[in-house]
Ligand binder design. Structure first.
Ligand code: ZN
Length: 386
Protein backbone atom coordinates (compact mmCIF):
# COMPACT_ATOMS: atom_id res chain seq x y z
CA UNK A 1 0.00 0.00 0.00
CA UNK A 2 1.43 3.33 -1.04
CA UNK A 3 0.09 6.64 0.19
CA UNK A 4 -0.67 9.19 -2.51
CA UNK A 5 0.75 12.68 -2.12
CA UNK A 6 -1.82 14.80 -0.33
CA UNK A 7 -0.24 18.06 -1.45
CA UNK A 8 -0.49 16.91 -5.07
CA UNK A 9 -4.18 16.05 -4.56
CA UNK A 10 -4.95 19.76 -4.25
CA UNK A 11 -6.58 22.21 -1.82
CA UNK A 12 -10.05 20.61 -1.80
CA UNK A 13 -8.65 17.27 -0.61
CA UNK A 14 -6.40 19.01 1.91
CA UNK A 15 -9.39 20.93 3.27
CA UNK A 16 -11.53 17.79 3.52
CA UNK A 17 -8.74 15.98 5.42
CA UNK A 18 -8.48 18.90 7.84
CA UNK A 19 -12.22 18.60 8.56
CA UNK A 20 -12.04 14.81 8.86
CA UNK A 21 -9.38 15.14 11.59
CA UNK A 22 -11.69 17.24 13.79
CA UNK A 23 -14.03 14.88 15.68
CA UNK A 24 -17.62 16.16 15.61
CA UNK A 25 -20.11 13.57 16.81
CA UNK A 26 -23.64 15.00 17.23
CA UNK A 27 -23.77 17.36 20.19
CA UNK A 28 -20.03 18.05 20.02
CA UNK A 29 -19.68 20.31 16.98
CA UNK A 30 -18.04 23.23 18.83
CA UNK A 31 -14.51 22.62 17.49
CA UNK A 32 -15.49 22.11 13.86
CA UNK A 33 -17.88 25.08 13.96
CA UNK A 34 -15.12 27.31 15.29
CA UNK A 35 -12.76 26.09 12.58
CA UNK A 36 -15.35 26.71 9.84
CA UNK A 37 -16.41 30.09 11.24
CA UNK A 38 -12.81 31.29 11.11
CA UNK A 39 -12.49 30.05 7.55
CA UNK A 40 -15.73 31.71 6.39
CA UNK A 41 -14.95 34.99 8.14
CA UNK A 42 -11.60 34.90 6.36
CA UNK A 43 -13.60 35.16 3.14
CA UNK A 44 -15.24 38.32 4.42
CA UNK A 45 -18.53 36.58 5.13
CA UNK A 46 -20.71 37.44 8.11
CA UNK A 47 -21.33 34.17 9.95
CA UNK A 48 -24.36 33.72 12.18
CA UNK A 49 -24.66 30.80 14.60
CA UNK A 50 -27.97 29.56 16.02
CA UNK A 51 -28.27 28.79 19.73
CA UNK A 52 -26.40 25.60 20.74
CA UNK A 53 -28.62 22.52 20.57
CA UNK A 54 -27.47 21.38 24.02
CA UNK A 55 -26.86 24.59 26.03
CA UNK A 56 -25.58 22.67 29.07
CA UNK A 57 -22.70 21.11 27.16
CA UNK A 58 -19.57 23.15 26.48
CA UNK A 59 -18.89 21.29 23.24
CA UNK A 60 -22.36 21.82 21.74
CA UNK A 61 -22.91 24.29 18.91
CA UNK A 62 -25.64 25.74 16.71
CA UNK A 63 -26.20 25.80 12.95
CA UNK A 64 -23.96 28.11 10.94
CA UNK A 65 -25.48 30.43 8.34
CA UNK A 66 -23.98 32.93 5.94
CA UNK A 67 -24.97 34.66 2.71
CA UNK A 68 -23.17 35.74 -0.42
CA UNK A 69 -25.16 38.66 -1.84
CA UNK A 70 -26.12 38.36 -5.50
CA UNK A 71 -23.94 40.11 -8.05
CA UNK A 72 -26.26 39.37 -11.00
CA UNK A 73 -29.97 38.52 -11.40
CA UNK A 74 -31.12 34.91 -11.32
CA UNK A 75 -32.30 32.29 -8.86
CA UNK A 76 -30.88 32.59 -5.34
CA UNK A 77 -29.98 29.16 -3.95
CA UNK A 78 -29.26 27.58 -0.57
CA UNK A 79 -26.45 25.05 -0.19
CA UNK A 80 -26.60 22.87 2.91
CA UNK A 81 -24.71 20.07 4.64
CA UNK A 82 -24.33 18.89 8.23
CA UNK A 83 -21.19 19.18 10.33
CA UNK A 84 -21.92 16.40 12.84
CA UNK A 85 -21.10 12.72 12.40
CA UNK A 86 -22.20 9.52 14.10
CA UNK A 87 -19.98 8.68 17.10
CA UNK A 88 -16.89 6.54 16.53
CA UNK A 89 -16.22 3.27 18.36
CA UNK A 90 -14.29 3.88 21.61
CA UNK A 91 -14.04 7.55 20.60
CA UNK A 92 -11.36 6.58 18.04
CA UNK A 93 -9.93 9.50 16.06
CA UNK A 94 -9.68 9.46 12.26
CA UNK A 95 -6.17 9.38 10.85
CA UNK A 96 -7.13 9.68 7.19
CA UNK A 97 -5.21 7.92 4.44
CA UNK A 98 -5.19 8.62 0.72
CA UNK A 99 -4.34 5.55 -1.32
CA UNK A 100 -5.00 5.11 -5.04
CA UNK A 101 -7.26 8.15 -5.07
CA UNK A 102 -9.46 6.92 -2.21
CA UNK A 103 -9.68 8.53 1.25
CA UNK A 104 -10.38 6.30 4.27
CA UNK A 105 -10.32 6.96 8.01
CA UNK A 106 -7.18 4.92 8.71
CA UNK A 107 -8.53 3.87 12.13
CA UNK A 108 -11.68 2.47 13.80
CA UNK A 109 -13.16 5.96 13.62
CA UNK A 110 -15.76 6.91 11.02
CA UNK A 111 -14.18 9.09 8.34
CA UNK A 112 -17.05 11.58 8.49
CA UNK A 113 -17.32 12.02 4.71
CA UNK A 114 -20.97 12.02 5.79
CA UNK A 115 -21.21 14.92 5.61
CA UNK A 116 -17.84 16.69 5.64
CA UNK A 117 -17.28 15.80 1.98
CA UNK A 118 -20.19 18.14 1.22
CA UNK A 119 -19.02 20.79 3.70
CA UNK A 120 -15.58 20.81 2.04
CA UNK A 121 -16.92 20.92 -1.52
CA UNK A 122 -19.41 23.71 -0.76
CA UNK A 123 -16.94 25.97 1.07
CA UNK A 124 -14.20 25.31 -1.49
CA UNK A 125 -16.68 26.42 -4.18
CA UNK A 126 -17.59 29.59 -2.25
CA UNK A 127 -13.91 30.37 -1.83
CA UNK A 128 -13.35 30.08 -5.55
CA UNK A 129 -16.37 32.21 -6.43
CA UNK A 130 -15.27 34.95 -4.03
CA UNK A 131 -11.58 34.82 -4.98
CA UNK A 132 -12.28 34.89 -8.72
CA UNK A 133 -15.18 37.36 -8.33
CA UNK A 134 -17.42 35.09 -10.39
CA UNK A 135 -20.96 36.35 -11.01
CA UNK A 136 -23.67 34.63 -8.99
CA UNK A 137 -27.34 35.16 -8.22
CA UNK A 138 -27.16 34.83 -4.43
CA UNK A 139 -25.86 31.87 -2.45
CA UNK A 140 -26.74 31.05 1.13
CA UNK A 141 -24.91 28.47 3.19
CA UNK A 142 -26.53 26.55 6.04
CA UNK A 143 -24.38 24.06 7.94
CA UNK A 144 -26.54 22.17 10.38
CA UNK A 145 -25.56 20.42 13.61
CA UNK A 146 -27.29 17.42 15.18
CA UNK A 147 -28.48 15.88 11.89
CA UNK A 148 -27.66 12.32 12.85
CA UNK A 149 -30.31 10.87 15.09
CA UNK A 150 -33.16 13.29 14.62
CA UNK A 151 -32.52 16.19 12.19
CA UNK A 152 -32.48 18.36 15.31
CA UNK A 153 -30.39 21.19 13.93
CA UNK A 154 -32.52 21.56 10.80
CA UNK A 155 -35.68 21.62 12.90
CA UNK A 156 -34.21 24.42 15.05
CA UNK A 157 -32.64 26.36 12.16
CA UNK A 158 -33.43 30.01 11.45
CA UNK A 159 -34.87 29.18 8.05
CA UNK A 160 -36.88 32.42 8.10
CA UNK A 161 -33.61 34.23 7.26
CA UNK A 162 -33.30 32.30 4.02
CA UNK A 163 -34.26 34.18 0.86
CA UNK A 164 -33.25 31.41 -1.58
CA UNK A 165 -35.91 30.10 -3.95
CA UNK A 166 -34.69 26.53 -3.61
CA UNK A 167 -32.10 24.49 -1.77
CA UNK A 168 -29.62 21.68 -2.27
CA UNK A 169 -28.46 19.38 0.51
CA UNK A 170 -25.48 17.23 -0.35
CA UNK A 171 -25.99 14.35 2.02
CA UNK A 172 -26.58 11.07 0.26
CA UNK A 173 -24.51 8.01 -0.64
CA UNK A 174 -23.97 6.85 -4.21
CA UNK A 175 -22.17 8.29 -7.22
CA UNK A 176 -22.27 12.04 -7.80
CA UNK A 177 -25.26 12.60 -10.13
CA UNK A 178 -27.74 10.84 -7.86
CA UNK A 179 -30.71 13.05 -6.95
CA UNK A 180 -33.19 12.02 -4.27
CA UNK A 181 -36.60 13.07 -5.53
CA UNK A 182 -38.79 11.17 -3.10
CA UNK A 183 -38.64 10.44 0.62
CA UNK A 184 -41.23 9.04 3.05
CA UNK A 185 -42.81 10.51 6.15
CA UNK A 186 -41.91 8.87 9.45
CA UNK A 187 -43.59 8.60 12.84
CA UNK A 188 -42.31 6.86 15.95
CA UNK A 189 -44.55 5.18 18.50
CA UNK A 190 -43.18 4.79 22.03
CA UNK A 191 -45.10 2.73 24.56
CA UNK A 192 -44.28 2.00 28.19
CA UNK A 193 -46.31 -0.84 29.75
CA UNK A 194 -46.73 -0.43 33.49
CA UNK A 195 -47.77 -3.53 35.47
CA UNK A 196 -47.12 -4.64 39.03
CA UNK A 197 -44.05 -6.41 40.33
CA UNK A 198 -44.26 -9.52 42.50
CA UNK A 199 -42.05 -12.45 43.52
CA UNK A 200 -42.19 -14.82 40.56
CA UNK A 201 -41.96 -17.96 42.66
CA UNK A 202 -43.99 -17.00 45.74
CA UNK A 203 -46.90 -14.80 44.58
CA UNK A 204 -46.84 -14.55 40.77
CA UNK A 205 -50.64 -14.14 40.75
CA UNK A 206 -50.17 -10.78 42.51
CA UNK A 207 -48.07 -9.44 39.62
CA UNK A 208 -49.02 -7.88 36.29
CA UNK A 209 -46.34 -8.72 33.72
CA UNK A 210 -45.33 -5.74 31.58
CA UNK A 211 -42.89 -7.80 29.45
CA UNK A 212 -45.65 -10.20 28.43
CA UNK A 213 -47.90 -7.29 27.49
CA UNK A 214 -45.15 -5.75 25.36
CA UNK A 215 -44.40 -9.10 23.71
CA UNK A 216 -48.08 -9.61 22.84
CA UNK A 217 -48.28 -6.12 21.34
CA UNK A 218 -45.17 -6.67 19.20
CA UNK A 219 -46.35 -10.12 18.09
CA UNK A 220 -49.66 -8.64 16.91
CA UNK A 221 -48.03 -5.91 14.78
CA UNK A 222 -47.57 -6.00 11.01
CA UNK A 223 -43.86 -5.15 10.61
CA UNK A 224 -41.16 -5.04 7.94
CA UNK A 225 -41.89 -4.03 4.33
CA UNK A 226 -45.66 -3.72 4.26
CA UNK A 227 -45.98 -2.64 0.63
CA UNK A 228 -43.92 -0.78 -1.98
CA UNK A 229 -44.36 2.50 -0.07
CA UNK A 230 -44.60 1.54 3.59
CA UNK A 231 -42.31 -0.01 6.22
CA UNK A 232 -42.59 -0.57 9.98
CA UNK A 233 -40.20 -1.71 12.70
CA UNK A 234 -39.85 -2.36 16.41
CA UNK A 235 -36.27 -1.34 17.14
CA UNK A 236 -36.00 -1.36 20.93
CA UNK A 237 -37.60 -3.33 23.74
CA UNK A 238 -36.48 -2.85 27.33
CA UNK A 239 -37.96 -4.34 30.46
CA UNK A 240 -37.43 -6.39 33.58
CA UNK A 241 -34.84 -6.31 36.36
CA UNK A 242 -34.42 -9.88 37.59
CA UNK A 243 -35.40 -13.37 36.51
CA UNK A 244 -37.34 -14.05 39.74
CA UNK A 245 -39.45 -10.87 39.59
CA UNK A 246 -42.64 -10.33 37.61
CA UNK A 247 -41.57 -7.21 35.69
CA UNK A 248 -43.64 -4.07 36.21
CA UNK A 249 -42.20 -2.00 33.37
CA UNK A 250 -41.40 -2.63 29.72
CA UNK A 251 -40.91 -0.07 26.95
CA UNK A 252 -41.05 -0.56 23.20
CA UNK A 253 -39.95 1.91 20.52
CA UNK A 254 -41.46 1.45 17.08
CA UNK A 255 -41.45 3.38 13.84
CA UNK A 256 -43.50 3.49 10.64
CA UNK A 257 -42.64 5.15 7.32
CA UNK A 258 -44.61 5.63 4.14
CA UNK A 259 -44.56 7.69 0.97
CA UNK A 260 -48.36 7.79 1.36
CA UNK A 261 -49.62 9.81 4.32
CA UNK A 262 -52.85 7.81 4.66
CA UNK A 263 -50.98 4.50 4.75
CA UNK A 264 -48.70 5.93 7.44
CA UNK A 265 -51.65 7.04 9.57
CA UNK A 266 -53.31 3.63 9.16
CA UNK A 267 -50.14 1.81 10.25
CA UNK A 268 -49.80 4.02 13.33
CA UNK A 269 -53.44 3.35 14.25
CA UNK A 270 -52.79 -0.38 13.81
CA UNK A 271 -49.75 -0.22 16.13
CA UNK A 272 -51.69 1.73 18.75
CA UNK A 273 -54.52 -0.82 18.62
CA UNK A 274 -52.06 -3.68 19.12
CA UNK A 275 -50.52 -1.89 22.11
CA UNK A 276 -53.84 -1.02 23.77
CA UNK A 277 -55.31 -4.48 23.21
CA UNK A 278 -52.25 -6.21 24.72
CA UNK A 279 -52.31 -3.86 27.71
CA UNK A 280 -56.00 -4.59 28.30
CA UNK A 281 -55.50 -8.36 28.02
CA UNK A 282 -52.63 -8.33 30.52
CA UNK A 283 -54.37 -5.80 32.79
CA UNK A 284 -51.47 -3.36 32.73
CA UNK A 285 -51.44 0.39 32.13
CA UNK A 286 -49.70 1.85 29.15
CA UNK A 287 -48.27 5.30 28.38
CA UNK A 288 -47.95 6.09 24.68
CA UNK A 289 -46.35 8.93 22.70
CA UNK A 290 -46.46 9.34 18.94
CA UNK A 291 -43.78 11.60 17.42
CA UNK A 292 -43.85 13.13 13.93
CA UNK A 293 -40.18 12.57 13.03
CA UNK A 294 -40.21 14.00 9.51
CA UNK A 295 -42.47 14.63 6.55
CA UNK A 296 -41.95 13.18 3.10
CA UNK A 297 -41.53 15.00 -0.19
CA UNK A 298 -42.04 14.05 -3.81
CA UNK A 299 -40.35 15.82 -6.71
CA UNK A 300 -40.78 12.92 -9.12
CA UNK A 301 -42.91 15.17 -11.35
CA UNK A 302 -40.09 17.79 -11.40
CA UNK A 303 -39.57 21.11 -9.66
CA UNK A 304 -37.13 24.01 -9.59
CA UNK A 305 -34.29 22.35 -7.61
CA UNK A 306 -34.48 19.17 -9.71
CA UNK A 307 -34.38 21.13 -12.95
CA UNK A 308 -31.42 23.25 -11.86
CA UNK A 309 -29.51 20.21 -10.60
CA UNK A 310 -30.13 18.20 -13.74
CA UNK A 311 -29.11 21.06 -15.99
CA UNK A 312 -25.89 21.45 -13.99
CA UNK A 313 -25.08 17.74 -14.24
CA UNK A 314 -25.92 17.87 -17.95
CA UNK A 315 -23.47 20.73 -18.42
CA UNK A 316 -20.74 18.47 -16.98
CA UNK A 317 -21.82 15.43 -18.97
CA UNK A 318 -22.43 13.55 -15.71
CA UNK A 319 -25.33 11.07 -15.86
CA UNK A 320 -28.17 11.98 -13.47
CA UNK A 321 -30.16 9.35 -11.68
CA UNK A 322 -33.41 10.21 -9.92
CA UNK A 323 -33.83 7.94 -6.92
CA UNK A 324 -36.22 7.37 -4.05
CA UNK A 325 -35.08 6.79 -0.47
CA UNK A 326 -36.58 5.20 2.62
CA UNK A 327 -34.55 7.52 4.85
CA UNK A 328 -34.97 11.06 6.09
CA UNK A 329 -32.54 13.99 6.02
CA UNK A 330 -32.50 17.74 6.61
CA UNK A 331 -34.19 18.01 3.19
CA UNK A 332 -37.42 16.63 4.70
CA UNK A 333 -37.41 19.44 7.26
CA UNK A 334 -36.63 22.20 4.77
CA UNK A 335 -39.38 21.08 2.38
CA UNK A 336 -41.90 20.91 5.20
CA UNK A 337 -40.89 24.43 6.21
CA UNK A 338 -41.58 25.69 2.70
CA UNK A 339 -38.19 25.67 0.96
CA UNK A 340 -38.19 23.36 -2.10
CA UNK A 341 -35.08 21.32 -1.59
CA UNK A 342 -33.47 18.14 -2.95
CA UNK A 343 -30.81 15.82 -1.61
CA UNK A 344 -27.80 14.98 -3.78
CA UNK A 345 -25.31 12.13 -3.64
CA UNK A 346 -21.72 13.03 -2.77
CA UNK A 347 -19.95 9.77 -3.65
CA UNK A 348 -19.49 8.81 0.02
CA UNK A 349 -19.89 5.09 0.71
CA UNK A 350 -20.20 2.74 3.73
CA UNK A 351 -21.23 5.71 5.87
CA UNK A 352 -21.70 5.29 9.64
CA UNK A 353 -18.98 2.57 9.69
CA UNK A 354 -15.18 2.56 10.05
CA UNK A 355 -15.07 1.37 6.39
CA UNK A 356 -16.50 4.67 5.16
CA UNK A 357 -14.64 6.13 2.17
CA UNK A 358 -14.79 8.69 -0.62
CA UNK A 359 -12.74 9.16 -3.75
CA UNK A 360 -10.82 12.26 -4.71
CA UNK A 361 -12.70 12.12 -8.02
CA UNK A 362 -16.07 12.38 -6.21
CA UNK A 363 -14.92 15.43 -4.24
CA UNK A 364 -13.80 17.08 -7.47
CA UNK A 365 -17.07 16.17 -9.21
CA UNK A 366 -19.06 17.76 -6.39
CA UNK A 367 -17.05 20.95 -6.74
CA UNK A 368 -17.49 20.94 -10.53
CA UNK A 369 -21.22 20.34 -10.07
CA UNK A 370 -21.55 23.23 -7.61
CA UNK A 371 -19.74 25.57 -9.99
CA UNK A 372 -22.11 24.49 -12.79
CA UNK A 373 -25.11 24.88 -10.47
CA UNK A 374 -24.13 28.45 -9.61
CA UNK A 375 -23.85 29.17 -13.30
CA UNK A 376 -27.26 27.62 -14.04
CA UNK A 377 -28.82 29.58 -11.19
CA UNK A 378 -27.64 32.86 -12.64
CA UNK A 379 -29.48 32.13 -15.86
CA UNK A 380 -28.28 32.00 -19.41
CA UNK A 381 -26.63 35.43 -19.48
CA UNK A 382 -22.94 35.33 -20.26
CA UNK A 383 -20.50 32.51 -19.86
CA UNK A 384 -18.35 31.45 -16.97
CA UNK A 385 -15.30 29.33 -17.52
CA UNK A 386 -13.89 26.91 -14.99
ZN1 ZN B 1 -25.53 12.62 6.52
Amino acid sequence: MRQDSIAAAGPLVTFFLELARIPSPSGHERAINDFLTTRLRGLGLEVREDEPLYPDSGSSAGNLYCRLEASVPGTPILLSAHTDTVPSEDEALPDPTLVDGVIRSGSRAVLGADDKSAVAAIIHTLERIIREKLPQAGIELLLTVGEEGGLRGAKASSLELVVAECGFCLDCTGPVGGVIVRSPSQKTVNATFIGKSAHAGVVPEDGRNAVVAAAKAVAAMKLGRLDGETTANVGIIRGGEAVNVVPDRCAIHCEARSHDQEKLENQVVHMLEAINLAAAEEEVDVEITVVDEFHGFDFSAGGLPIELAERAFGRLGLPTERTSTGGGSDVNVFNLRGLPCVNLATGMECVHTPEEYISVESLQQMHDFLMALVEEARGANGQMSF
